[in-house]
Ligand binder design. Structure first.
Ligand SMILES: [Zn+2]
Length: 279
């Protein structure tokens, strides 16, 4: 029905006066209204953040073969923008895709588990961006951004609290969560890989940088310590079971030793692990 209308109106347009409007992309909910499009920032285009600097971070950068075993399913595409069947309430398109919530199940353990009905963290939100640690660019690829609803909710709450107390703080820079169904996330997915991150309860967050750049710090000197400390504290308050920090960050004292621990390879990000729901 909508299609017919569109085809018809497209035909009418082509017969009528010249229209400067390019055809709408197939994947957008066909804006039926014509008129200047100046108020509609693209919800799709995320600035590519060109990073022409090789070796911008300190980790080794092995070339990453595409993983043939990973076929991104239809679920992995970004949340679709809401369909607009009732025409022309001209509403500004949401700046960021919405989260599609569903009740998830985190099965097994962090190192041998899976994620049922995971929730996709959008590539960016009002208070966060995501970062692909392998391709070294924003946003992170969608298949690395799945978490349990509990994890996504907690992240958004932490980000809200983080910015409520410090409105000038740059958005948080989020790294990997889990794969769409959880499971193995080792080196065949690029870089060093993750031993854990298997059941939607683990998340990496890069330390805020003193220069405010939305990318991982290259050394601990670039870490904005007051903000990093606050971030750790907020996660503890939000119920994190563990917050892993880097040995050189000097952040272990922020919380009890049973929960804030220093481990290797975490000098540019914290790794937060939530407990299983109810346990
Ligand atoms: Zn991690």
């Amino acid at each position: 029905m909508l299609l017919v209308v569109l085809i018809f109106s497209a035909g009418a347009l082509s017969i009528g006066a010249t229209s400067a409007e390019p055809p709408a992309g197939d994947d957008l909910p066909a804006p039926v209204t014509s008129g200047p499009d100046t108020t509609a920032p693209s919800t799709v285009a995320e600035p590519p953040a060109p990073d022409g600097l090789p070796g911008a971070t300190s980790e080794p950068a092995p070339t990453v073969p595409d993983d043939p075993r990973h076929e991104p399913g239809p679920e992995e595409t970004e949340a679709e923008p809401p369909t607009a069947l009732e025409p022309p309430v001209v509403e500004a398109a949401p700046a960021f895709p919405a989260v599609r919530w569903r009740r998830s199940r985190a099965l097994g353990s962090h190192t041998s588990g899976r994620l049922v009905r995971g929730v996709l963290l959008p590539g960016a939100g009002e208070r966060f961006v995501t970062w692909d640690p392998i391709l070294r660019r924003s946003p992170n690829r969608a298949w690395r951004r799945w978490g349990s609803d509990q994890l996504i909710r907690t992240l958004l709450a932490v980000a809200d609290a983080y910015h409520a107390a410090d409105p000038d703080a740059p958005p948080l820079v989020i790294g990997d969560l889990s794969r769409p169904g959880g499971g193995e996330f080792g080196s065949r997915f690029g870089g060093l890989g993750h031993v854990s991150h298997q059941n939607g309860l683990d998340i990496d967050i890069y330390y805020p940088r003193r220069d405010g750049a939305l990318r991982p710090p290259r050394s601990v000197d670039q870490i904005d310590r007051p903000r990093a400390r606050r971030l750790v504290r907020l996660w503890l308050r939000a119920g994190a079971r563990f917050v892993f920090v880097g040995p050189r960050t000097n952040l272990t004292g922020v919380g009890p030793r049973s929960r804030v621990q220093a481990i290797r390879y975490h000098d540019n990000h914290i790794h937060v692990r939530l407990p299983r729901r109810g346990g």
